[in-house]
Design a protein around this ligand. Structure first.
Ligand code: GDP
Ligand code: MG
Length: 177
């Protein structure tokens, strides 16, 4: 990265949550490094990646946290959520269960996180069109009810990945500044 000597105005911690195998790690590697892997290993150890971008002429360092493969309910520790100003709740639109679990993830998030946290619901794997089982309308309705931003993405095809991160980071900036 060419961030050497760059003045950083803000650091925003954003956490990725959602069931295992929905594509959290691939969304992160697509956003941070523009890379994708079809046989990605389950994430080992809590880790984050950073990317610096400009919003409103401010240098924003996005620090995006990925789970330690601890996607079982209540396995994600409170340290993971600490200081987060944004959260992406990810489901796989080809796996109904991963969408049904979103309510639980949201409950857990709201139990741990700051009340002003910006939350975005992400329906990933939009490239698998014919395998879709979660209709856009269902997710949209849930997002509206719960006051979440919503987008459908494909980490594989790089569809809406940058847009999703830009949207959440811009909204965080709006809330904070
Ligand atoms: P995580 O457990 O939520 O971190 O999920 P991963 O990022 O490890 O992805 C799980 C599997 O789904 C891997 O085989 C990925 O290659 C695949 N995957 C992730 N995102 C996409 C996507 O947008 N489209 C397709 N077709 N596969 C994806
Ligand atoms: Mg992972």
């Amino acid at each position: 990265q060419s961030n050497f000597n760059q003045k950083i105005d803000y650091v925003f911690k954003v956490v990725l949550i959602g069931d295992s195998a929905v594509g959290k790690s691939q969304l992160l590697s697509r956003f941070a490094r523009n890379e994708f892997s079809l046989d990605s290993k389950a994430t080992i150890g809590v880790e984050f990646q950073t990317k610096t971008l400009n919003i409103d002429q401010k240098a924003i360092k996005a620090q995006i946290w990925d789970t330690a493969g601890q996607e079982r309910y209540r396995a994600v520790t409170s340290a993971y959520y600490r200081g987060a100003v944004g959260a992406m709740l990810v489901y796989d639109m080809t796996k109904r269960q991963s969408f049904d679990h979103i309510a639980r993830w949201l409950e857990e998030l709201r139990g741990h996180a700051d009340k002003n946290i910006v939350i975005m619901l992400i329906g990933n794997k939009s490239d698998l069109g014919s395998l879709r089982v979660v209709p856009t309308e269902d997710a949209k309705e849930f997002a509206q009810m719960e006051n979440l931003f919503f987008m459908e993405t494909s980490a594989l095809e790089a569809t809406n990945v940058e847009a999703a991160f830009n949207t959440i980071l811009t909204e965080i900036y709006r809330v904070i500044s």
